[in-house]
Design a protein around this ligand. Structure first.
Ligand code: C5P
Length: 227
Protein backbone atom coordinates (compact mmCIF):
# COMPACT_ATOMS: atom_id res chain seq x y z
CA UNK A 1 0.00 0.00 0.00
CA UNK A 2 1.10 3.52 -0.81
CA UNK A 3 -0.21 5.04 2.40
CA UNK A 4 -3.25 5.50 4.57
CA UNK A 5 -6.83 6.19 3.64
CA UNK A 6 -7.93 9.48 5.17
CA UNK A 7 -11.69 10.12 5.17
CA UNK A 8 -12.84 13.74 5.41
CA UNK A 9 -16.60 14.08 5.88
CA UNK A 10 -18.79 16.90 7.08
CA UNK A 11 -21.31 19.57 6.24
CA UNK A 12 -21.34 21.63 3.04
CA UNK A 13 -18.95 24.56 2.78
CA UNK A 14 -16.84 23.61 5.80
CA UNK A 15 -13.70 23.93 3.72
CA UNK A 16 -13.23 20.16 3.46
CA UNK A 17 -11.78 20.40 -0.03
CA UNK A 18 -9.45 23.29 0.86
CA UNK A 19 -7.79 21.42 3.73
CA UNK A 20 -7.93 18.06 1.96
CA UNK A 21 -5.97 19.44 -1.01
CA UNK A 22 -3.33 20.94 1.28
CA UNK A 23 -3.06 17.72 3.29
CA UNK A 24 -2.70 15.69 0.09
CA UNK A 25 0.08 17.96 -1.16
CA UNK A 26 1.95 17.83 2.18
CA UNK A 27 1.70 14.05 2.41
CA UNK A 28 2.21 13.30 -1.27
CA UNK A 29 -1.24 11.68 -1.33
CA UNK A 30 -3.93 11.74 -4.02
CA UNK A 31 -6.91 13.98 -3.38
CA UNK A 32 -10.32 12.60 -4.36
CA UNK A 33 -13.32 14.95 -4.40
CA UNK A 34 -16.39 12.71 -4.27
CA UNK A 35 -18.76 15.71 -4.23
CA UNK A 36 -17.53 16.54 -7.75
CA UNK A 37 -18.69 13.09 -8.87
CA UNK A 38 -22.24 13.72 -7.58
CA UNK A 39 -22.12 17.17 -9.18
CA UNK A 40 -21.14 15.70 -12.56
CA UNK A 41 -24.06 13.26 -12.47
CA UNK A 42 -26.34 16.18 -11.56
CA UNK A 43 -25.08 18.30 -14.45
CA UNK A 44 -25.67 15.41 -16.83
CA UNK A 45 -29.20 14.84 -15.50
CA UNK A 46 -30.00 18.55 -15.84
CA UNK A 47 -28.70 18.74 -19.40
CA UNK A 48 -30.70 15.67 -20.41
CA UNK A 49 -33.79 17.28 -18.89
CA UNK A 50 -34.23 14.51 -16.34
CA UNK A 51 -35.04 16.75 -13.36
CA UNK A 52 -38.48 18.35 -13.26
CA UNK A 53 -40.11 20.02 -10.24
CA UNK A 54 -37.88 18.19 -7.82
CA UNK A 55 -38.52 14.83 -9.49
CA UNK A 56 -35.97 12.69 -11.30
CA UNK A 57 -36.69 10.46 -14.29
CA UNK A 58 -35.08 7.36 -12.79
CA UNK A 59 -35.54 5.14 -15.81
CA UNK A 60 -33.67 7.53 -18.11
CA UNK A 61 -31.01 8.40 -15.54
CA UNK A 62 -30.26 4.71 -15.03
CA UNK A 63 -29.61 4.49 -18.78
CA UNK A 64 -27.44 7.61 -18.89
CA UNK A 65 -25.42 6.86 -15.75
CA UNK A 66 -23.09 4.18 -17.15
CA UNK A 67 -22.21 6.42 -20.12
CA UNK A 68 -20.68 9.12 -17.89
CA UNK A 69 -16.90 9.17 -17.89
CA UNK A 70 -15.52 11.00 -14.85
CA UNK A 71 -12.21 12.78 -15.27
CA UNK A 72 -10.12 14.61 -12.68
CA UNK A 73 -6.91 16.32 -13.61
CA UNK A 74 -4.46 18.39 -11.65
CA UNK A 75 -3.70 21.58 -13.57
CA UNK A 76 0.00 22.25 -12.87
CA UNK A 77 -0.16 25.81 -14.18
CA UNK A 78 -3.18 26.89 -12.17
CA UNK A 79 -2.30 24.62 -9.23
CA UNK A 80 -5.82 23.30 -8.97
CA UNK A 81 -7.89 20.22 -9.65
CA UNK A 82 -10.30 20.27 -12.59
CA UNK A 83 -13.27 18.07 -13.40
CA UNK A 84 -14.17 16.65 -16.79
CA UNK A 85 -17.31 14.88 -18.00
CA UNK A 86 -16.76 12.65 -21.04
CA UNK A 87 -13.70 14.73 -21.83
CA UNK A 88 -15.46 18.11 -21.53
CA UNK A 89 -14.18 20.65 -18.99
CA UNK A 90 -17.02 21.09 -16.47
CA UNK A 91 -15.27 22.51 -13.41
CA UNK A 92 -17.07 25.87 -13.60
CA UNK A 93 -20.46 24.40 -14.50
CA UNK A 94 -20.55 21.93 -11.60
CA UNK A 95 -19.76 24.61 -8.97
CA UNK A 96 -22.62 26.96 -9.88
CA UNK A 97 -25.75 27.45 -7.79
CA UNK A 98 -27.95 25.60 -10.27
CA UNK A 99 -26.06 22.34 -9.86
CA UNK A 100 -25.70 23.00 -6.11
CA UNK A 101 -29.47 23.34 -5.85
CA UNK A 102 -30.11 19.93 -7.44
CA UNK A 103 -27.16 17.86 -6.28
CA UNK A 104 -28.62 16.66 -2.98
CA UNK A 105 -31.63 15.31 -4.87
CA UNK A 106 -29.39 13.26 -7.15
CA UNK A 107 -27.10 12.20 -4.29
CA UNK A 108 -30.09 10.74 -2.44
CA UNK A 109 -30.71 8.15 -5.19
CA UNK A 110 -29.49 4.68 -4.09
CA UNK A 111 -28.55 3.54 -7.63
CA UNK A 112 -26.41 6.66 -8.12
CA UNK A 113 -24.64 6.12 -4.79
CA UNK A 114 -24.04 2.46 -5.47
CA UNK A 115 -22.19 3.18 -8.70
CA UNK A 116 -20.15 6.09 -7.34
CA UNK A 117 -19.15 4.27 -4.15
CA UNK A 118 -17.88 1.39 -6.28
CA UNK A 119 -15.76 3.82 -8.34
CA UNK A 120 -14.45 5.52 -5.19
CA UNK A 121 -13.33 2.22 -3.65
CA UNK A 122 -11.57 1.34 -6.89
CA UNK A 123 -9.81 4.73 -7.03
CA UNK A 124 -8.43 4.34 -3.49
CA UNK A 125 -7.50 0.69 -3.47
CA UNK A 126 -3.75 1.42 -3.36
CA UNK A 127 -4.07 3.74 -0.34
CA UNK A 128 -2.33 7.10 0.00
CA UNK A 129 -5.52 9.07 -0.54
CA UNK A 130 -7.43 11.89 1.09
CA UNK A 131 -11.06 11.45 0.13
CA UNK A 132 -13.59 14.16 0.87
CA UNK A 133 -17.35 13.66 0.96
CA UNK A 134 -20.30 12.84 3.22
CA UNK A 135 -20.20 9.06 3.64
CA UNK A 136 -16.52 8.22 3.27
CA UNK A 137 -15.92 7.16 6.89
CA UNK A 138 -19.39 5.65 7.30
CA UNK A 139 -19.94 3.76 4.04
CA UNK A 140 -17.15 3.97 1.45
CA UNK A 141 -14.29 3.16 3.85
CA UNK A 142 -15.63 2.19 7.27
CA UNK A 143 -12.13 0.91 8.08
CA UNK A 144 -10.24 4.04 6.99
CA UNK A 145 -7.17 4.55 9.19
CA UNK A 146 -8.05 8.21 9.83
CA UNK A 147 -11.48 9.88 9.81
CA UNK A 148 -12.34 13.52 10.25
CA UNK A 149 -15.76 15.12 10.56
CA UNK A 150 -15.79 18.82 9.80
CA UNK A 151 -18.40 21.32 10.77
CA UNK A 152 -19.08 25.03 11.49
CA UNK A 153 -22.28 27.01 12.00
CA UNK A 154 -24.57 27.44 8.94
CA UNK A 155 -23.97 31.22 9.01
CA UNK A 156 -20.18 30.88 8.94
CA UNK A 157 -20.45 28.39 6.07
CA UNK A 158 -22.94 30.44 4.06
CA UNK A 159 -20.74 33.52 4.45
CA UNK A 160 -17.72 31.62 3.08
CA UNK A 161 -19.67 30.17 0.18
CA UNK A 162 -21.23 33.54 -0.64
CA UNK A 163 -17.81 35.18 -0.79
CA UNK A 164 -16.53 32.42 -3.07
CA UNK A 165 -19.45 32.71 -5.50
CA UNK A 166 -19.29 36.50 -5.63
CA UNK A 167 -15.57 36.35 -6.36
CA UNK A 168 -16.37 34.00 -9.23
CA UNK A 169 -18.80 36.56 -10.59
CA UNK A 170 -22.02 34.67 -9.81
CA UNK A 171 -25.09 36.78 -9.17
CA UNK A 172 -26.40 35.53 -5.86
CA UNK A 173 -27.62 37.01 -2.59
CA UNK A 174 -26.38 35.96 0.83
CA UNK A 175 -29.94 34.80 1.68
CA UNK A 176 -30.05 32.46 -1.32
CA UNK A 177 -26.71 30.94 -0.36
CA UNK A 178 -27.71 30.47 3.29
CA UNK A 179 -30.97 28.83 2.18
CA UNK A 180 -29.01 26.48 -0.10
CA UNK A 181 -26.57 25.54 2.69
CA UNK A 182 -29.43 24.80 5.13
CA UNK A 183 -31.42 22.87 2.55
CA UNK A 184 -28.42 20.71 1.63
CA UNK A 185 -27.70 20.02 5.33
CA UNK A 186 -31.27 18.92 5.82
CA UNK A 187 -31.43 16.63 2.79
CA UNK A 188 -27.95 15.19 3.44
CA UNK A 189 -28.73 14.42 7.10
CA UNK A 190 -32.22 13.03 6.55
CA UNK A 191 -31.89 10.91 3.42
CA UNK A 192 -32.50 7.21 3.77
CA UNK A 193 -29.36 6.01 1.96
CA UNK A 194 -26.04 6.93 3.59
CA UNK A 195 -27.16 10.01 5.54
CA UNK A 196 -24.46 12.41 6.70
CA UNK A 197 -23.41 11.24 10.18
CA UNK A 198 -20.33 11.55 12.32
CA UNK A 199 -19.13 8.03 13.10
CA UNK A 200 -17.93 7.60 16.72
CA UNK A 201 -14.32 7.07 15.58
CA UNK A 202 -14.16 10.29 13.52
CA UNK A 203 -12.24 13.26 14.93
CA UNK A 204 -14.54 16.30 15.10
CA UNK A 205 -13.10 19.52 13.66
CA UNK A 206 -15.26 22.61 14.27
CA UNK A 207 -13.42 25.21 12.24
CA UNK A 208 -15.61 28.26 12.85
CA UNK A 209 -12.76 29.98 14.71
CA UNK A 210 -9.77 28.28 13.12
CA UNK A 211 -7.47 29.41 10.37
CA UNK A 212 -6.80 26.96 7.55
CA UNK A 213 -3.17 26.68 8.71
CA UNK A 214 -4.19 25.79 12.30
CA UNK A 215 -6.58 23.22 10.98
CA UNK A 216 -4.04 21.63 8.64
CA UNK A 217 -1.46 21.41 11.45
CA UNK A 218 -3.93 19.74 13.83
CA UNK A 219 -5.02 17.26 11.17
CA UNK A 220 -1.45 16.46 10.11
CA UNK A 221 -0.54 15.70 13.73
CA UNK A 222 -3.42 13.25 13.95
CA UNK A 223 -2.62 11.59 10.60
CA UNK A 224 1.06 11.17 11.48
CA UNK A 225 0.15 9.60 14.83
CA UNK A 226 -1.71 6.83 12.95
CA UNK A 227 1.16 5.60 10.77
O1 C5P B 1 -18.79 18.30 -1.36
P1 C5P B 1 -19.80 19.02 -2.21
O2 C5P B 1 -20.51 20.11 -1.49
O3 C5P B 1 -19.28 19.44 -3.54
O4 C5P B 1 -20.90 17.90 -2.52
C1 C5P B 1 -22.06 18.21 -3.22
C2 C5P B 1 -23.22 17.36 -2.73
O5 C5P B 1 -23.01 15.99 -3.08
C3 C5P B 1 -23.48 17.34 -1.24
O6 C5P B 1 -24.34 18.39 -0.83
C4 C5P B 1 -24.12 15.99 -1.01
O7 C5P B 1 -25.51 16.08 -1.27
C5 C5P B 1 -23.53 15.14 -2.09
N1 C5P B 1 -22.46 14.25 -1.65
C6 C5P B 1 -22.81 13.04 -1.10
N2 C5P B 1 -21.85 12.14 -0.76
C7 C5P B 1 -20.56 12.40 -0.95
C8 C5P B 1 -20.17 13.65 -1.50
C9 C5P B 1 -21.14 14.56 -1.83
O8 C5P B 1 -23.99 12.78 -0.91
N3 C5P B 1 -19.64 11.49 -0.63
Amino acid sequence: KKGLIVAVDGHSSTGKSTVSKILAARLGYTYIDTGAMYRIVTLKAMREGLIKDGNVDDEKLKEVLPTIIFGFKYNEGKKCYESYMNGEYVETAIRGLEVSDNVSLIAALPYVRELLVEKQREMAKEGGVIMDGRDIGSVVFPHAEVKFFMTASPEVRAQRRYKELIEKGEKVTYEEVEANVRKRDYIDEHRETSPLVKTPDAVLIDNGDMTVEEEVEEMLKIIRSRY
